[in-house]
Design a protein around this ligand. Sequence first.
Ligand SMILES: Cc1cc2nc3c(=O)[nH]c(=O)nc-3n(C[C@H](O)[C@H](O)[C@H](O)COP(=O)(O)OP(=O)(O)OC[C@H]3O[C@@H](n4cnc5c(N)ncnc54)[C@H](O)[C@@H]3O)c2cc1C
Length: 446
Amino acid sequence: MMAHNAISAQQEAGISPDVLVVGGGPAGSTISTLLAERGYDVVLLEKSHHPRFHIGESLLPMNLPLFERLGLKEQVASIGMLKYGAEFVSPDHDETSLFEFGQALDKSFPYSYEVRRSELDEILFKNARAKGARAYEGCDVKRIEFPEGERPIVVSQSEDGQEREWRPRFLVDATGRETFLANQFGIKRRNRKHASASVYGHFAGAERRTGNQEGNITLFWFEHGWFWYIPLRDGSVSVGVVCWPYYMKSRKTDMERFFFDTIALCPPLAKRLQAAKLVAPVTATGNFSYSAERCSGNKHIMIGDAFAFIDPVFSSGVFLAMNSAFMGAEAVDACLKNPAGAARTLKEFDRDSRYGLKIFSWIIYRMTTPAMRNLFMKPSNKFRLQETLLSVLAGDLYRDTPIRMRLFIFKVVYYLLSIRMLGQSYAAWRRRKHSIRNVAFEATAP
Ligand SMILES: Cc1cc2nc3c(=O)[nH]c(=O)nc-3n(C[C@H](O)[C@H](O)[C@H](O)COP(=O)(O)OP(=O)(O)OC[C@H]3O[C@@H](n4cnc5c(N)ncnc54)[C@H](O)[C@@H]3O)c2cc1C
């Protein structure tokens, strides 16, 4: 089989594909696979080489039908740690709270996986190639232009410095947090309702649950944010803290020391890590809550993190990225088949892309309120509230499950509970506002 790491002269003839996808993460590889399967000539350009590290290891049950549709059910199962649910631990509640996906409104997707993203992303990328996409690694896209009435112009550079100009009929930006087009158009906006930063590392020898609970993600709340604890198949665990940027700004030591000092502020987590050893360097990411003003335009769309990212608390990133690739494939197909209807198609794509983000955001923005905390820590299934929450946590937003009506009831209960806890709700609102104001200061600081 031909090596695909550089674009050979032979392949120059193919510089005008139907679709060019920039970025070979879950979003880019998925849309490339789907469009190649429909018979389009697809070029996929990834600047790094798989397998490469990426954070974001916990998946949702609704990822599984997407893997199955891509023909990857068994491959993903072979690298995944079974995850039947999520455990929540709060300093204000004596008991931990366990959410099991098998109790969602639709009970037919009782589990998902924890994965190493280096492995998952490689599987997805190779699949795109196997299904016919011309997938290149070590190919960094440097420039994209949209000349009026013509095909887009894309300039990529391979690692030997060689530049190549592509003229696709349609362009997909799947560059993740690099947000290539949103930056170029100046339409990337920091999320004014939310802000967080993260520090993470991987450990061996940590205390793990047993049986069906071994692969569950645990979320530990603490004073300055929350931690994730994700057990991986090889026995290691991924641990990360997501905190308000004001807390990150208080750092006076090196990142590793800061990470360990922060873990010490959360005794139940520190206990699980008592005998553990750090096996990978501690890494930090800055404020990561943003979205672009739009996710489509003249002969292009933006999918996955290239359009928006809110927060990792519900492990929704990979699911939303892959789901936007599925919706994007439909949209690109429709635009190429019927260019006259492209404006309408892209408008619908824009609306559908925002739908899932909106549902997750509504809960995420309220996560620190006492009412929401109670709904998580003392879950009740009155009015099927717990089933509803579980369906959201499972990512079951885009199927026939009657989620909209149920969510409406959930919101009503949340607001009534907030009114009942008015004093605490107001104090939490003020605290949150203060944390976000600090971020605005940080964003404008040199
Ligand atoms: C701290 C943190 C924790 C998270 N935890 C989770 C979690 O537990 N579960 C979950 O589902 N999600 C999680 N996420 C989110 C998740 O990682 C992302 O939502 C997901 O990776 C998005 O996929 P994507 O394909 O859009 O982007 P990416 O996976 O980032 O892929 C983009 C690809 O584009 C390539 N690229 C970029 N620019 C160029 C260019 N100019 N030319 C060529 N290639 C380029 C990059 O190299 C990369 O491979 C987390 C995120 C953060 C920040």
